[in-house]
Design a binder for this molecule. Structure first.
Ligand code: GUN
Ligand code: ZN
Length: 435
């Protein structure tokens, strides 16, 4: 059988290592490069001159010269059911959940609404260059079915799972403790490992689960070790106080999850703002990951993520939009706010490090770096074509950039979805901007 080959010519940038620890040498950049894709996987990336003469003469070349190809963005934490209440005014976390999030999630009892919203959400991800995400659904199994079906239709690598809540939330959004676990198990059997989909066992946060539910979720996580675990940790001061009061026997908020078997490899904790230093050592030791969600942390007034501290402990960190607490699905916008969050703490985020947090770093945080995150040969060909010529401002600013690092920084600081010219999933076009 003849392989399906396609070449993409553009400037090409990707990370081979962590620029946060090794600096500029962590990236590979081809000013005039070719990404060669065969049957949905990266065959080769390199300088156009070199790749061109090795390619079969009849392989189609997609000419994106003047634009920049990077790996598809990976969003390590996002709530699809909150897409219709993004940008809701005036509250911090616990009140915001009551006033906006729970009412929005209640609507997902309606399967048709769940399907329509999931499809819209996935289209929005692709329009923003995001090709993989770790996604909160609601407690309704139909919300999980809807988002998996919408991703499967486009062959996206996507992780999701039903929210587990059996305490401290509205009655009609509450699971029977064991029933929620059984429903999760059924969804694992239906979806986990189906194509590019993976299941995430998803207790919302310690505030909304009984100890019994956390323990049962932990047992499920042990029974299915290659599923993910997805929850929130230490986002807001009032939340932390409530957890530390109710679980006074535990050393810390993280220890509540740890003691119930929920801290392990492939466990992703959103936010991680108000930690004890010992928590970072424990997180690192057990292979847990952090999702850094800057637009949300600023919007909900939650606090500032300490990236330097996470790095000192060698903790896996990826960027997350956390929509609808976050204010954009766009990972460039998210990284731009991440830069500002670090500026406020006297830290920094280099342009390459920023790119890493939404590509290779995020794939490491999700333990998917053998599949996605960069253009090493054999990786799944998920990629984005960025266009800094898309607006008058970015087009003119680009002319004043003297190198790729400067160009990338200006682009991520100024960009929105207009900068996404095209998105490819497993080598297939799934979004193209109409210009
Ligand atoms: N903590 C528990 N639930 C949520 C949620 O929906 N959004 C955010 N940002 N934090 C949470
Ligand atoms: Zn969240």
């Amino acid at each position: 059988r003849r392989r399906k080959l396609a070449a993409y010519r553009a400037s090409i940038l990707h990370c081979l290592q962590d620029p946060g620890s090794v600096g500029r040498d962590a990236v590979e950049y081809f000013d005039d490069g070719i990404l060669l894709v065969a049957d949905g996987k990266v065959q080769e990336v390199g300088p156009a001159a070199a790749v061109l003469h090795k390619m079969p003469a009849d392989a189609p070349i997609n000419d994106y010269r003047g634009k920049l190809i990077v790996p598809g963005f990976i969003d390590c934490h996002v709530h699809f059911p909150q897409i219709d209440m993004i940008a809701s005014y005036g509250e911090q976390l616990l009140e915001w959940l009551e006033r906006y999030a729970y009412p929005a999630e209640r609507r997902f009892v309606d399967e048709a609404y769940a399907e329509d919203t999931a499809d819209y959400f996935i289209r929005q991800l692709l329009k923003n260059g995001t090709t993989t995400a770790l996604v909160f659904a609601t407690l309704h199994p139909q919300s999980v079915n809807a988002v998996f079906a919408a991703a499967e239709k486009r062959n996206m690598r996507l992780l999701s799972g039903k929210t587990l809540m059996d305490y401290g939330c509205p009655e009609d959004l509450r699971d029977d403790t064991q029933g929620g676990i059984e429903a999760s198990r059924e969804l694992i059997e239906r979806w986990h490992g189906q194509g590019r989909l993976g299941y995430a066992i998803t207790p919302r946060f310690a505030v909304t689960s009984t100890a019994e539910q956390l323990a049962a979720a932990g047992r499920l996580a042990a029974e299915f070790p290659d599923t993910h675990v997805h929850t929130h940790l230490a986002e807001n001061a009032a939340e932390v106080a409530a957890v530390e009061k109710r679980f006074a026997g535990n050393r810390s908020y993280l220890d509540v999850y740890h003691a119930h078997g929920l801290l392990r490899e492939r466990a992703v904790f959103a936010h991680c703002l108000h930690l004890h230093e010992e928590d970072r050592a424990v997180m690192a030791k057990h292979g847990g990951s952090m999702a850094f969600c800057p637009t949300s942390n600023l919007f909900l007034g939650s606090g500032l993520f300490d990236l330097a501290a996470a790095q000192r402990h060698n903790i896996r960190v990826g960027a997350g939009s956390d929509v609808g607490g976050g204010t954009s699905l766009n990972m460039l916008r998210t990284l731009a706010e991440g830069y500002k969050v670090l500026q406020l703490q006297g830290q920094s985020l280099s342009p390459y490090h920023a790119l890493y947090l939404a590509t290779l770093g995020a794939s490491r945080a999700l333990y998917l770096n053998d599949r996605i995150g960069n253009f090493v040969a054999g990786r799944e060909a998920d990629f984005v074509v960025l266009d800094d010529g898309a607006t008058e401002l970015t087009a003119r600013r680009r002319e004043h950039a003297t190198n790729i690092e400067e160009r990338l920084f200006a682009l991520l600081t100024l960009a929105d979805d207009r900068a996404i010219a095209a998105t490819y999933v497993y080598g297939e076009p799934v979004y193209a901007k109409i210009s």
